[in-house]
Design a protein around this ligand. Structure first.
Ligand code: SF4
Ligand code: SF4
Length: 253
C-alpha cells in the first residue's frame, strides 16, 4: 500500500504463504463520487441497505444511549423500534470504503412522504461529507457490538446486527456476489469455510497486498484466501482460519 514492495526482501515473506487478514480496512480507496446519507426520521430500521451493500460499507447498531457522550457533532441516531426500543439506533456509512454504487438506496423501502423521490437514505456528493462521516464512522466502529446470543440471525434485520467478517473488498461497485459472502461470515463467523474455484471470488477475496476477510475481537475469523491462481476452474480451493496446513501449490501450466 505504501508502494514499497520492491524493498521487501524474500526472507521477510512467511514461508507458509500466509499473510495477515483484515487489511482492506487500511486501503481507504475513496472512490465514491456520491455516498448514501441517512435520514433517521424516515428510516424503518429494516436492515435491507446493510444486507445488500457489497462492501460492508454501511452498517447498523443498537446500543445504550450513554455511549453517545463523546459522539461527534454530526453523528446521527434514532430511537430503536420494536424489540430494540430501549436502545438507540445508528445506520452509518463508511465514506472512504463506499464505492457509490447506490445499491443500498435502490433497495431501501422507506419513502419520504413529504419529499417526493426521497427515501430514508439518499445519495449526496461525497467530498463535502467525507471528513465528518469518516469521523462518525470511526466513532461508530468503537461502539460495542450487540450481544449476538440475543439476536435472531434468521431475520434480515437481526442478521445485519452481526459483525461482518468480510469487508471493503476490491470487488466492482454493485457486485452481486459479495453481499452473500459477507452474509455467510455474519451468520457463521469463524466456523465458515469458504471454497471457491478461481474467478472473481479468489480475486476480491485476496487482492493482495490486502484481504477483506477479517477477525472478530477474539482474533478469530473465516478464511485466508485461495491457494493458487492457476487452480483449474472445476476444482475447489478451500482455506480456513486458523489454517492447520499449507495447501500444496498446483501448477497447471
Ligand atoms: S452506495 Fe454501494 S458501497 Fe456505498 S454503502 Fe451503498 S451499497 Fe454500500
Ligand atoms: S433500507 Fe432504508 S429503511 Fe431500511 S434500514 Fe436502511 S435506510 Fe433504514
Amino acid at each position: 500500500m505504501a508502494q514499497n514492495g520492491d524493498q521487501v526482501p524474500v526472507s521477510d515473506m512467511p514461508a507458509d504463504g500466509t499473510w495477515p487478514t483484515g487489511t482492506t480496512q487500511w486501503e481507504k480507496r475513496n472512490i465514491a463520487l456520491e455516498i448514501p446519507v441517512w435520514d433517521p426520521e424516515v428510516c424503518i430500521q429494516c436492515g435491507l441497505c446493510n444486507l445488500v451493500c457489497p462492501h460492508a460499507a454501511i452498517r447498523m447498531k443498537y446500543f445504550d444511549k450513554k455511549l453517545l457522550e463523546n459522539a461527534p457533532e454530526t453523528f446521527k441516531t434514532a430511537q430503536g423500534k420494536g424489540k430494540f426500543k430501549d436502545y438507540v439506533f445508528a445506520n452509518q456509512v463508511a465514506p472512504e470504503d463506499c464505492t457509490g454504487c447506490g445499491a443500498c438506496v435502490h433497495t431501501c423501502p422507506a419513502k419520504n412522504k413529504e419529499v417526493q423521490g426521497r427515501k430514508a437514505i439518499n445519495m449526496e456528493p461525497q467530498p463535502p461529507l467525507r471528513e465528518a462521516e469518516a469521523e462518525n464512522y470511526r466513532f461508530f466502529l468503537d461502539i460495542p457490538e450487540f450481544d449476538r446470543t440475543e439476536l435472531n440471525p434468521a431475520t434480515v434485520k437481526e442478521s445485519q446486527l452481526l459483525r461482518p467478517l468480510f469487508e471493503y473488498s476490491g470487488a466492482c461497485a454493485g457486485c452481486g456476489e459479495t453481499p452473500y459472502v459477507k452474509l455467510l461470515t455474519q451468520l457463521y463467523g469463524d466456523r465458515a469455510v469458504i471454497a471457491n474455484a478461481t474467478g472473481c471470488s479468489s480475486i476480491y477475496g485476496g487482492n493482495l497486498p490486502t484481504t477483506p476477510y477479517t477477525k472478530d475481537l477474539s482474533g478469530r475469523g473465516p478464511p485466508g484466501t485461495t491457494a493458487s491462481l492457476r487452480t483449474p476452474p472445476s476444482s475447489a480451493t478451500v482455506s480456513g482460519s486458523p489454517r492447520t496446513s499449507t495447501p500444496k501449490p498446483q501448477l497447471n501450466c
